[in-house]
Design a protein around this ligand. Structure first.
Ligand code: ACO
Length: 323
């Protein structure tokens, strides 16, 4: 019998400390007005000194497990999408597994920067569809503040920290009530690495490095590639992209989101937008936005939801599901 991968719970976690645009304007030559106008961002959350990516991930995972009515023992796969792991090894997923006390099954990280959650969700679904695993925790978690150059106004104003998680369960199609993952589209063009990267790494500098970005060039690539990915998943599923209930984009820049909405003729009120209060939380931004939509009652079981991401690599992709 064929099965569907259904999101049975989602959870979010944002660190307590908030850094506003006005706070940032005291550190670098910028202004609240510039940041809001160019990006839509008002503030971002910053992890505490003792808070690691795994701590954020664990809080989001606990909330997702609670929403799903599951305990850590029920989970047989943990995937963490992150660019800011606690350690070079083991994976942050292994650390999360230990902190949750979920000792069964597999745990590994996925690195596709801001597209990481789409890659992770798609990967988890393949294991569930193959019958190899039954219940996965799919987490996007970042302490992106740790790889920012706080003297570079072109990047440090954009990012924030946070984590979001899904419990994804294999269900027989008959029990899924039409809910579940439908399809995804994943892409990477490594020739565009210079547009967005970190200038350090274990085998090159033995440091973590700092984010470097040619923002306007990334911007120019974004709307076309994101729209193409969204149109592909919609066409593959045999639907008109405008028939989706909710568009849950990676929260990189409000202008990119508006550009996609315009290009695909979507409605502004179909968008779950969290960028103002959170900034770009990289791999965490998609599940954080999805959870916001669920928490405030907009996303309901059975709704058709389209997720998209784009980030360093360049990587980009989209995923279609019924909530
Ligand atoms: N405050 C004030 N002025 C600034 C700031 C700032 N924080 N940052 C840049 N400027 C200045 C620039 O120096 C430049 O000044 P100049 O004209 O005197 O040279 C001017 O503003 C315009 O700079 P642009 O880079 O052309 O500004 P743009 O309108 O493109 O906005 C931004 C910059 C917000 C970064 C935008 O390009 C963007 O969002 N790009 C995409 C980012 C993205 O999607 N990243 C991918 C995901 S992230 C990931 O994968 C990790």
């Amino acid at each position: 019998m064929s099965s569907k991968a259904v999101i049975t719970g989602c959870g979010a976690y944002l660190p307590e400390t908030i850094l506003t645009n006005t706070d940032l304007a005291k550190k670098v030559d910028t202004s609240d007005e510039w940041i809001r106008e160019r990006t839509g961002i008002r503030q971002r959350h910053i992890a505490g000194e003792d808070e690691k990516t795994s701590d954020l991930a664990v809080e989001a995972a606990k909330a997702a497990l609670k929403a799903a009515g599951r305990s850590p023992d029920d989970i047989d796969m943990i995937i963490v999408a992150t660019t800011t792991p606690d350690l070079t090894f083991p994976s942050t997923a292994a650390i999360v597994q230990a902190k949750l006390g979920a000792a069964a099954g597999a745990a590994f990280d996925i690195q596709a920067v801001c597209t990481g959650f789409i890659y992770a969700l798609s990967t988890a679904e393949k294991f569930l569809a193959a019958g190899q695993h039954k219940r996965a925790l799919v987490i996007g978690a970042e302490t992106f503040s740790r790889i920012l150059d706080w003297t570079d106004r072109t990047t440090c104003v954009l990012f924030g920290d946070g984590a979001g998680a899904f419990v994804l369960e294999a269900k027989d199609e008959a029990d899924a009530d039409g809910r579940g993952y439908i399809n995804s589209y994943l892409r990477c063009d490594g020739r565009l690495v210079d547009l967005l990267y970190v200038d350090g790494g274990v085998s090159s500098t033995q440091t973590a490095g700092h984010v470097r970005m040619q923002g306007n060039k990334v911007f120019r690539e974004a709307v076309t590639r994101i729209s193409q990915a969204m149109e592909w998943v919609a066409a593959d599923a045999g639907i008109d992209v405008r028939s989706i209930d909710w568009f849950v984009p990676h929260q990189a820049n409000e202008r990119i989101i508006k550009g996609v909405v315009k290009k695909l003729d979507l409605a502004e009120n179909q968008v779950i937008n969290t960028i103002g209060g959170q900034g770009n939380t990289s791999a965490a931004s998609i599940p954080l936005a999805y959870c916001q939509g669920v928490a405030d009652g907009r996303i309901k079981p059975g709704d058709l939801v389209l997720l998209e991401g784009m980030g360093g690599g360049l990587t980009w992709g989209a995923a279609l599901l019924r909530a």
